[in-house]
Design a protein around this ligand. Structure first.
Ligand code: OMP
Length: 234
């Protein structure tokens, strides 16, 4: 196993219903200590204006819209994300090689491309749900297959569960950036996540970035919850 030494490994998921709620937390965060993620709910409510404002406040923004469509559409969408100035953007690896390559090639034409990351198997999936959507075989094997597809298409990294981080690291070395949601301190509820690990275990398994939402955002004292996670990692 390779323990990653990425600086600022924490990405806080701003899964809030509106900008005001997100800013309540953002005003208390130090962009030198963490990065943030804007996903479907907040983006759909507040749009690109909020993304630009959060970047202007000094934060690296992971725009998590998990694009999955025909190659031309996804290539145009990641280019639009790049125009916003985001630090990271994601697509679904199951969109296939042509979609992945089209996205990567389009970003190669922009001045400051974000990291382009592909989601393997959502961390909310367990073996039974994967079978329900017609994917036979072990979850880890499918994650590894999609990680290899992503690497072959020349993307920067993958989103996976921390439970698969060591497997992908062993297979791809330092080639892929590993972004892991499904991170839960021992005392936190797992919510709808199925394939989880603690922050320290995720880092020890080789995760570069830990995406953490509700263990911080739904905590009675979000800053105390963040500080506890930081101290677990240091
Ligand atoms: O791409 C993602 O960020 C993502 C992929 C995945 O497989 N699982 C997953 O939970 N996520 C996102 O990571 C965040 C996890 O949030 P919490 O479960 O609250 O920590 C959510 O914003 C999800 O949309």
């Amino acid at each position: 196993m390779t323990k990653s030494t990425t600086d600022r490994p924490l990405i806080i998921a701003l899964d809030y219903p509106n900008a005001a709620a997100a800013w309540t937390l953002l005003h208390q965060l130090d962009p030198r200590r963490c990065r943030v993620k804007i996903g479907k709910e907040l983006f759909t409510r507040e749009g690109p204006a909020l993304v630009k404002q959060v970047i202007a406040a000094g934060f690296d923004v992971f725009l998590d819209l998990k694009f999955h469509d025909i190659p031309n559409t996804v290539a145009a969408a990641v280019a639009a994300a790049a125009d916003l100035g985001v630090w990271m953007v994601n697509v679904h690896a199951s969109g296939g090689p042509r979609m992945l390559i089209a996205a990567r090639e389009r970003l190669a034409t922009v001045a400051q491309p974000p990291l382009l990351i592909a989601v393997t198997v959502l961390t909310s999936f367990d073996q039974a749900e994967l079978a329900a959507v017609g994917c036979a075989g072990e979850t880890a094997a499918r994650v590894l297959h999609l990680a290899r597809l992503t690497a072959a298409a020349g993307l920067d990294g993958v989103v996976c569960s921390p439970q698969e981080a060591a497997l992908i690291r062993a297979d791809s070395g330092a080639r892929l950036v590993l972004v892991t949601p499904g991170v839960r301190p021992l005392t936190a509820a797992t919510d709808d996540q199925q394939r989880v690990m603690t922050p320290a275990a995720a880092r020890a398994a080789g995760a570069d970035y830990l995406v953490i939402g509700r263990p911080i955002t739904a905590a009675p004292d979000p800053l105390a919850a963040l500080a506890a996670i930081e101290s677990e990692l240091n």
